[in-house]
Design a binder for this molecule. Structure first.
Ligand SMILES: N[C@@H](Cc1c[nH]c[nH+]1)C(=O)O
Length: 365
């Protein structure tokens, strides 16, 4: 009642957990040399729907402004930050942000993200730093049950290069790859059996990291594919050295956001299967500004992380007081640290408190 579908009030513990997740993110980002950035919540739709970005128009929350321009609530931080950095032209390359994004394709309209973007960082420097950040941050919020999945836009793009597909068919094929629909992929590629076979192989190329060596052996004649797979192997080794040995790969994974152009990574919570972060390289996004700037980043899903983190429960103390002893109770409250202290004029439920201090008659005797 009184709220649009998908909008939510937030209260209590889960809200505290979100703030905790944001706070730690802030600390980790600052200590790793990232600089804070915030873009406005309201932007022009074109920033996100222009052909370089290609976010679907129907996903956006939009309206007309007085001049007849279409404005939207920020649907994506990465795109907004690129726009802002082009305008501000700062010398720094490492940026972090936190706040909501609004789209109509998820259950809730508003979701909260905390993310980083690094510009002017080549493969695999940017990939390694971004993944190191993810591991560092997840350990700081005490989330340890997760797996990282690696993918790359380049293999699929290389394989489909010989096809001449209409934009519509290309979108269908991408969706079929995303859904791992072998039957649809077969139909769409029936005129090119070689590409068809390669795409069907690609759909199957997911699971543990041993797939990488096998895939490389099958495609050893293709230099582009071998280079990509070697980059991914390097990342797997880095992750291993950092104690992350459950990495998985999905070589057939197609980009969910149109701007990705290289490595993509997703973190999943093992307990719930939910996505807790995702990101990747997007070296072509800056082409819309006639700039050639490499970039990579990732965003954590704050709502998902908040539901996974545990926060220490602080004990509760009640100080019973009256109007006459309220100040005394306040002075007492200041001497108690590490606890939640309530000052009450009426007796509470005893089981809600680990200690009850009665100051109601203090000083009045
Ligand atoms: N903006 C992406 C995450 C990302 C940050 N940088 C690159 N990718 C998302 O919302 O999923």
């Amino acid at each position: 009642m009184f709220l649009p579908d998908g909008s939510q009030d937030q209260i209590g513990k889960i809200l505290l957990k979100k703030q905790h997740v944001y706070q730690i993110f802030n600390d980790v980002a600052v200590s790793r040399g990232f600089k804070a950035i915030e873009t406005p919540v309201i932007e022009y739709a074109d920033t996100f729907t222009n052909p370089h970005i290609g976010m679907p128009f129907q996903q956006l929350l939009k309206w007309f402004d007085r001049e007849g321009e279409i404005e939207v609530l920020r649907p994506d931080w990465t795109t907004a930050i690129a726009r802002a950095l082009m305008k501000l032209n700062p010398k720094e390359s490492k940026w972090f942000y936190q706040g909501s994004v609004f789209t109509q394709d998820k259950d809730g309209i508003e979701s909260r993200q905390a993310g980083i973007e690094m510009i002017r960082t080549a493969p695999n420097e940017g990939e390694i730093e971004t993944l190191c950040f993810a591991i560092d941050y997840l350990s700081a919020v005490d989330v340890s049950d997760y797996v990282i999945e690696l993918g790359h836009t380049g293999i699929y793009e290389t394989i489909i290069a010989p096809l001449t597909l209409t934009v519509e068919k290309e979108a269908k094929l991408r969706l079929a790859m995303h859904d791992k629909r072998q039957d649809v992929v077969k139909d769409l590629t029936e005129k090119n059996p070689r590409v068809q076979k390669q795409l069907l192989d690609l759909i199957d190329a997911y699971g543990d990291v041993s797939i990488l060596e096998r895939y490389k052996a099958t495609y050893q004649a293709d230099e582009t594919i071998v280079t990509i797979v070697n980059e991914l192997i390097q990342l797997v080794n880095v992750l291993k050295q950092l104690g992350i040995d459950k990495t998985i790969v999905d070589l057939g994974r197609v980009k969910q956001l149109p701007y990705y152009s290289g490595t993509m990574f997703t973190g999943y919570l093992t307990t719930s299967g939910e996505e807790c972060f995702s990101g990747g390289r997007y070296d072509k996004l800056y082409q819309q500004f006639n700039q050639s700037i490499s970039a990579i980043g990732l965003a954590f899903d704050v709502d998902v992380l908040a539901s996974a983190v545990e926060m220490d429960e602080r004990g509760r103390v009640a100080i019973l007081a009256s109007v006459d002893t309220h100040v005394l109770a306040e002075l007492k409250r200041r001497t108690i640290s590490g606890k939640i202290v309530d000052i009450l004029y009426t007796e509470p439920n005893i089981s809600d408190y680990e200690q009850i201090i009665d100051l109601r008659n203090e000083g009045t005797k």
